[in-house]
Design a protein around this ligand. Structure first.
Ligand SMILES: NC(=O)c1ccc[n+]([C@@H]2O[C@H](COP(=O)([O-])OP(=O)(O)OC[C@H]3O[C@@H](n4cnc5c(N)ncnc54)[C@H](OP(=O)(O)O)[C@@H]3O)[C@@H](O)[C@H]2O)c1
Length: 441
């Protein structure tokens, strides 16, 4: 093969970024992989849309089928977004035996199982490095770099918008609503922001990483998700006084962490929720729009990946990495590298949140009179939940005062049950606030 031709569907933020990156570094890429890569066609919705980088009109079409069906297009990139058309584009290309590159985490979350089955059926790979954490090469690392490891734990700050909001809330002592509104004005948050701040974008990405790490397809509905809407400036302040930073973490953790089994079988926590991270832990220092993924392998130990999780250039870098792999596979007619997704755990399962064990930060508003603490401690005691410390910070809210409990390891089910009872006590005002604490043990 003298030259590999790329057909692109989508010439927006990521698509035009890829075009620009190839203009800048295409020659370098060709030297490294031993074959030139050229953009043959780019499908867009409308020719005159503004784009971050110019794409020559002569390369553009508004008919995506023209790109996919062109016999001179060897590799197809789906950079249009959405789940309906994108699915159709990818399946059409795979049916023709063409490798496909996508950055579409929502699509993989919704239809990944079907798409990877199609890759097997048609003998063409689906590459998806850009779908998780933009410029951080986490997919390739999990797939190839850690091929000899069981992934016992993975913690990810995978949504830049949430991290930006939580960082500013901590640095400025500001409320969620005010920071979100400002982030929207500055273009760091979408309008409406729900996909990001309610944790769904993180759910899509963590599901992809969990499936890849554990070899069974993790369905989005099995992933427990809490966003950051309910995080208050008060909780960020109290958490800080206790030595913690609140981060929205995607967590993938083997329930029997570290135990090696001959027969493949695992129960895995897969969840997304705001978490108290000790200030001394490296993830507490990942700020603003940056992403980070902390991976623990049973052989390698602890590793950390850090970088920009989105944006035209960072995401283009990931697409180019996939492009190099796809071009090499075509050039050498090889289908024998570690494939993009291989089912290997025959009876893996996601642990229900009620069974997940964690430590906890609980904030209550209580009436300021003697005996209150004993009443609350009695409920935790009945539920066999250990209290590691109790703090009564300064400050009244009307007739009530804040009271904070740090709780030892317990299941989410036990803590939820105890808090339900505590919420009904007459000495407790309003609903208890509960956040999980990660010890990274
Ligand atoms: N933006 C990021 O930082 C980022 C990071 C990681 C992953 N991703 C993922 O990358 C994908 C693309 O995101 P993006 O930000 O680049 O989106 P975008 O800026 O909205 O670009 C979408 C592109 O698709 C084209 N398009 C839409 N419908 C089409 C159709 N029916 N036929 C042909 N072309 C069509 C649009 O054409 P027009 O230009 O004419 O409108 C546009 O060029 C999404 O799956 C997203 O989740 C994005």
């Amino acid at each position: 093969m003298q030259q590999v031709n790329l057909g692109m569907i989508g010439g927006g933020t990521v698509g035009s970024g890829v075009f620009h990156a190839l203009q800048l570094n295409g020659a370098l890429l060709a030297l490294r992989i031993g074959v030139p890569v050229a953009v043959r066609k780019v499908a867009v919705k409308a020719f005159n849309e503004p784009r971050p980088y110019e794409i020559p009109r002569s390369l553009m079409t508004t008919d995506w089928r023209e790109v996919v069906n062109d016999p001179e297009v060897h590799i197809v990139s789906e950079l249009a977004g959405g789940t309906t058309l994108a699915r159709e584009i990818i399946l059409s290309a795979l049916r023709l035996g063409k490798p496909v590159i996508t950055a579409n985490k929502a699509l993989l979350s919704a239809h990944g199982e079907e798409l990877f089955a199609a890759t097997k059926e048609h003998g063409a790979n689906l590459y998806y490095e850009a779908s998780v954490c933009g410029g951080i090469p986490i997919i390739k690392s999990l797939r190839e770099g850690f091929v000899g490891n069981r992934i016992t734990a993975l913690y990810g700050i995978v949504n830049g918008t949430c991290n930006y909001i939580l960082t500013r809330m901590k640095l400025e002592g500001a409320d969620f609503g005010a920071v979100l509104a400002d982030a929207q004005r500055q273009g760091y948050a979408e309008t409406p922001p729900d996909l990001d701040i309610d944790g769904w974008d993180s759910q899509h990405k963590i599901g992809i990483l969990a499936s890849l790490s554990h070899g069974f397809w993790v369905r989005p509905e099995d992933i427990y998700v809490e966003g950051i809407r309910h995080i208050s400036a008060l909780d960020i302040k109290f958490a800080d006084e206790l030595g913690y930073t609140i981060k929205l973490l995607g967590i993938i953790k083997m329930a029997e962490s570290g135990k090696r089994k001959e027969k493949s079988s695992c129960r895995v926590q897969v969840s997304v929720y705001p978490t108290l991270v000790p200030n001394a832990h490296v993830l507490a220092g990942v700020n603003h729009v940056f992403n980070a993924v902390f991976v623990r392998g049973d052989i390698v130990g602890d590793t950390l990946f850090y970088g920009r999780g989105a944006g035209k250039d960072a995401t283009a870098s990931a697409v180019l990495s996939d492009l190099a792999d796809a071009a090499l596979d075509l050039k050498f007619v090889s289908k024998h590298r570690v494939p993009p997704f291989v089912p290997h755990e025959c009876d893996g399962a996601v642990l229900p949140i009620e069974a997940v064990v964690s430590s906890y930060f609980v904030r209550l508003n209580v009436v300021d009179k003697p005996g209150v603490l004993a009443k609350i401690a009695a409920v935790f005691g009945e539920s066999r939940i250990g209290i590691s410390s109790v703090i009564q910070p300064e400050g009244h809210e009307g007739a009530s005062v804040p009271l904070i409990f740090m709780l030892h390891h317990a299941t989410n089910g036990a803590v939820a049950g105890a808090l339900k009872k505590i919420g009904r006590l007459s000495v407790v005002k309003g609903q208890p606030v509960m956040l999980r604490v990660e010890t990274f043990e």
